[in-house]
Ligand binder design. Structure first.
Ligand SMILES: Nc1ncnc2c1ncn2[C@@H]1O[C@H](COP(=O)(O)OP(=O)(O)OP(=O)(O)O)[C@@H](O)[C@H]1O
Ligand SMILES: [Mg+2]
Length: 257
């Protein structure tokens, strides 16, 4: 299985028989109809599939924002589906960085304060030096005092990535992180994901775009709440070669991180 150099743990995420039903009036929507997946530490999984197939639902269950109707999710040894809300939010703060399509920054806080916030919530204190370093790492060190409304979409998404890294979580979940960016800015954001993957983060990223999905190390396609295709099913021993295991080389042959 293709993994970044920091790869570890063959069963970092274990998803067993996960179903999610939403009841809306008299209608029941089967958003997930039985998902079984094992994801190793250090994989960069891209989730593809048509609108409504359950991609965001699955991501929200992995972050503990939403709960499965049945089935279990174990991440890094923690069975998250049976935790209380309080335990879950504490667990999430330490273990998961979440990046959304519409950035979802706090509009009244500066870029730097947006990055400090999750540290504060996790009880790490307001480490502004670390927040500055993270903004520097995503290439916008000079924009820390700007409000989100004073930043471009690409800059806002970079703040959101820095915020997701605030507590150095092993798992990054991203729902269409380049969906609102032009292709050049999107490319820069994807290069950042590539860097994180190389540093050993496990990444699960939703996208509509097959060419973006190919940047990851494993592509999983959902259809009607089920896994329809998983590139891991088709892997041969050839895929273990180091060059092919690096998706950025495999797709673009370039690296300008
Ligand atoms: N809170 C909710 N209440 C009721 N139905 C919901 C809710 N959230 C999602 N659904 C339904 O569950 C199904 C899966 O939704 P989901 O948001 O996971 O799709 P998606 O694959 O992320 O789609 P998109 O690509 O449009 O973002 C859809 O039919 C959706 O309408
Ligand atoms: Mg969605």
């Amino acid at each position: 299985m293709a993994q970044g150099p920091g790869a570890s743990l063959n069963e970092f995420i274990q998803i067993d028989h996960v179903k999610k039903e939403y009841v809306s009036g008299r209608r029941t929507i089967n958003a997930l109809r039985g998902i079984d997946l094992t994801i190793a530490g250090g994989e960069w999984v891209t989730l593809l599939g048509p609108s409504g197939c359950g991609k965001s639902t699955l991501l929200n269950i992995l972050s503990g924002i939403d709960r499965p109707t049945s089935g279990t999710v174990t991440i890094n040894g923690t069975e998250i589906s049976s935790r209380t809300e309080e335990q879950l939010s504490q667990w999430r703060g330490q273990n998961v960085g979440i990046i959304f399509q519409f950035f979802q920054l706090m509009p009244t806080l500066t870029a730097l304060e947006n990055v400090v916030l999750p540290m504060d919530l996790a009880g790490r204190g307001r480490d502004r030096t670390r927040a500055s370093e993270l903004l520097n790492r995503v290439g916008i060190a000079e924009l820390g005092s700007n409000l989100p409304s004073e930043l471009s979409g690409g800059e806002q998404q970079r703040v959101a990535i820095a915020r997701a890294l605030a507590n150095d979580p092993p798992l990054i979940l991203a729902d269409e992180p380049t969906g609102n960016l032009d292709s050049e800015t999107g490319d820069r954001v994807l290069a950042l994901f590539h860097e994180l993957w190389q540093q050993g983060k496990t990444i699960i990223m939703v996208t509509h775009d097959r060419s973006i999905a190919e940047r990851g190390s494993r592509t999983i396609e959902l259809r009607d709440g089920l896994v329809m295709r998983d590139s891991a099913w088709m892997e041969t021993s050839e895929d273990e070669s180091s060059e092919l295991a690096d998706p950025y080389y495999a797709t673009s042959g370039a690296r300008d991180v």
